[in-house]
Unconditional design. Sequence first.
Length: 234
Amino acid sequence: MSEAAQEAAQAVERVAEQQGGLDQRIAAAEQRIARLDLQAQAAAGNAARAEGLLIAFSARRALDRGADLGFLADQLRLRFGDAMPNAVQTVVAFGRNPITLDQLIARLDGMAPDLAQNNRGFSWEQLGNEISQLFVVRRETTPSPQPRLRLERARLFLQSGRVDAAVAEVRNLPGAASAEDWIRDARRYAAAQNALDLIETAAVLEPRRLRDGAGNPIEQASPAIAVPAMPPAQ
């Protein structure tokens, strides 16, 4: 082979080596871009989840004050309508006519005299129940059925947020028939609080069907869900 042919062959080899190195650099750059894209998607997804959680918290604060939800109702529908339609409907409906825990407590205090006495009139069934109460032997740990103590327990349950337990106490009072409106509002309040709990949990854990503020699906998995570790290379 002539010297010129050898130089040409060497030049071709150098170009091939350079091209191979260029291909490797391009592949490495593409991998870095892919990782950056995944990181950006994760950041955007986590930010959207945080925004959704903030919306849920804001809705709870508004209802706790007895305020109108306003734009928060639209945000709840947009972000959680697909994932938690029933919970969103419950919260939005309650927001149209909210009632606060303080109002429930105040109304219970105001109804106390009526609740402590039976206003349904005399009946043989009522007389039989009252006579039977005279001869019931209760254990020391059994709560007293006296209306005053039931009212106290109902109030304590309300103050601690145990609305369902408070409703159960009120329903067992002699004048429970006069508390139907209160019981209905208390149950609405409890249902709205439970629905908000579900929405807040969905903001963190729901693996699909959540949406961001623009209505786009959140593809990023929840950061609270542990990703299984990859098995070691064999």
